[in-house]
Design a protein around this ligand. Sequence first.
Ligand code: ADP
Ligand code: MG
Length: 244
Amino acid sequence: MLEISGVAKAFGGFQALVGVSLRVEPGEIAAIIGPNGAGKSTLFNVITGHLVPDAGRINFKGRDITGRPPHAICRLGLARSFQRTNIFPRLSVFENVQVATLSHEGRAQEMWSRARDLGRERTMAILEDVGLAGRAAEASGSLSYGDQKQLELGIALALEPEMLLLDEPTAGMSPQETRSSMALVARIARDRRLTLLFTEHDMGVVFSVAQRIRVLHQGRIIAEGAPDEVRRNDEVKRVYLGKH
Ligand code: ADP
Ligand code: MG
């Protein structure tokens, strides 16, 4: 689904990514972990076209997407969640997902004319999935922080992606919200056969949800494998897990 080879990115003289290579198979639930400043967000930004790498190649579904603009990459089926920025706080929960659904179908204009019920079934199905069906009529701005994150996930799902990138989707959540939110994400990914790549700071959640884990440290992948292999890796323990 996704193949990255030799990706490098520097900011001024600082090398944030140093020859990163990885493959994510279709349907895989994969995590990238690593200390703050390891380069996780930079890697995500390079994958989604928000940053152009200095070197290396990124292939999505066998197509070279290196340096393509974000909207083009999104249209190919690779979506990411943003932090709040794409929620319209004064629209209802329903309308936020409806707008995303209709705009994905190229029908956003119709929404403003008459039909309040356009795309109702698809929109409600998504809200069911993310646990917000009962709050469809509420103003999005009045949702709790955790529910706004669920709404963002719903907006991303409205784009019918094949692969979803989530960069610290649980930032700011309590440990309990984090666990239930990631369990929900993993269930949705399995139900929809989505490929998922995420970062997360709660190691309990990472080791229980991810099928494969990569450890990024100072812009390099220093370990990769199934949760048990990564947990046992001595270098990982030394540079990362040992600190927790
Ligand atoms: P992580 O997400 O793993 O915490 P980041 O990818 O955000 O790490 O950052 C990796 C390193 O690159 C950090 O040292 C950060 O300060 C630096 N960095 C990230 N973005 C920029 C930028 N736009 N300009 C300069 N330095 C940056
Ligand atoms: Mg980050």
